[in-house]
Design a protein around this ligand. Structure first.
Ligand SMILES: *Cc1c(COP(=O)(O)O)cnc(C)c1O
Length: 435
């Protein structure tokens, strides 16, 4: 599972009490466990050790350079969705030959950058995109390796916002058009048709959709063989779920036991794109209680972290367990909304949650926040983004500093015609103030 646990009533990450980090760098902050990250990566790697495979960490779940470096040192590649992610991956030392590039809207500049960097392949989502890649590769006098992303129309039974493999999804090519698209791909001079890709959704807690989707993909692989198109890579995407409250998702070894037999005689390299399952439970967001208030019908705990720091509750109604950093065994249980300072009614971290009574100044840990946490944070309400910390044993490493007020306005400019305030009613007072 993970390395957040109570010792004598104090919540620790590995050998560091979270309260110590709060004392050193203030709140809120994200904290990740090195041991958990490594263990989660290795659990997948070893579960699939009998299948030739590449793990391409889905870095949209967490793209901090230190986390990427740690993954790369474990042997991971990266699943990227933008030129910005490619820049981060390369900077962190992820080998380009283990980078796969997904996303429905890659622009020509991003395609050029990826080809120049020598990435493993593009996961192509439409025939328009296929032609664009062919075109850019032609300009560069090279050949682009691609996998076509096929939409197997399998219901992953997860939240609609993170369900990506159904017929009405914007992602991938529908299964009934796949053969045609592969034919087109293999006719293009600057395209090397290397594989097939699918990713049906995120936070899957059942193994059946993975199996059904792979079976559909393998049928296609056979059909393609019959037409002389021999694929070298099968990319099964990511999507393995984690425990946020009481889910019991399959373990990597269960997934391997179900999928590996299907892949045995294929002589293909398996590519996987896990994100959440590696980083989700390896991280927490630590926040401080500012105030409390109660109305006739509700009781609110107001904390210093908000939807701009962790969007999942507001965006998906997602559940994150909230634990007191210091346990008070005598505390009575109360039902509260945990809300942040952002001026939106949708700004909450928990709704109608039964938890031990807290007081101002108490620290709370919002658990399972390592994936789709910091990466989705924003500066809304001009709130500086919070720091990220990596804990390794007793060591505390700040892997991203808290943003300053100056960071908030970096890159902004007041155009010349607004610089002089002459002619405005406030001109005089402004001048006066300057003297
Ligand atoms: C988001 C995404 C992933 C990772 O999903 P997780 O649920 O975090 O494992 C993998 N592949 C693609 C194409 C994605 O869009």
């Amino acid at each position: 599972m993970h390395d957040f646990a109570y010792r004598q009533g104090e919540l620790y990450c590995e050998d560091v009490p979270l309260s110590r980090i709060a004392k050193e760098i203030g709140t809120p902050f994200y904290v990740y466990s090195h041991a958990t990250l490594v263990r989660h990566f290795r659990a997948i790697d070893s579960a699939f050790q009998h299948v030739p495979h590449i793990i391409a960490f889905a870095m949209k779940s967490n793209s901090n350079l230190a986390i990427l470096r740690l993954m790369a040192r474990e042997g991971s590649g990266a699943d990227i969705v933008s030129g910005g992610e490619l820049y981060r991956a390369l900077k962190a030392g992820v080998p380009p030959e283990k980078i796969v590039f997904a996303g429905v809207g890659k622009n020509r500049e991003e395609i050029r950058y990826a080809l120049k960097s020598g990435i493993l392949m593009f996961n192509v989502e439409s025939s328009d995109e296929l032609r664009a890649i062919d075109d850019v590769a032609a300009e560069m006098r090279t050949k682009a390796r691609v996998a076509l992303r096929v939409n197997p129309d399998v219901d992953p039974k997860t939240h609609p916002y993170i369900s990506t493999g159904m017929k009405k999804s914007k992602f991938g090519i529908s299964a009934d058009r796949a053969l045609e698209e592969f034919k087109l791909a293999s006719s293009l001079k600057h395209i090397d048709v290397a594989g097939v890709h699918k990713h049906i959704g995120s936070q899957l807690t059942d193994i059946t959709p993975f199996v059904d989707a792979l079976k559909k993909i393998l049928e296609l692989v056979e059909q393609l063989k019959g037409r002389g198109i021999n694929l070298r890579y099968i990319n099964i995407g990511g999507g393995l779920g984690i425990t946020y409250s009481d889910e019991t998702p399959p373990e990597p070894k269960d997934l391997s036991a179900a999928l590996s037999p299907l892949l045995r005689d294929l002589k293909c390299t398996l590519i996987m794109e896990p994100g959440r399952v590696i980083v989700g439970n390896a991280g927490a967001l630590v926040t401080k209680v500012l105030y409390q208030k109660a109305s006739d019908v509700k009781r609110f705990v107001i904390v210093d972290a908000a939807m701009n720091d962790l969007l999942r509750p507001s965006l998906y109604g997602a559940f994150h367990e909230i634990k007191p950093v210091r346990e008070t065994p005598a505390a009575k249980s109360v039902t509260v909304d945990v809300v942040g300072p952002v001026c939106e009614s949708g700004d909450f971290l928990a709704k109608d949650r039964a938890m031990p009574e807290v007081k101002a100044g108490d620290l709370l840990a919002v658990m399972s926040a390592g994936a789709y946490g910091f990466v989705m944070s924003s500066n809304y309400n001009s709130r500086p983004r919070v720091p990220e910390v990596l804990v390794k044993g007793r060591e505390i490493h700040v892997i991203r500093q808290r943003e300053s007020l100056a960071d908030l306005v970096r890159g902004e400019a007041i155009p010349a015609f607004l610089k002089s305030k002459a002619g405005t009613p406030s001109a005089k007072t402004t001048k006066k103030r300057k003297q």
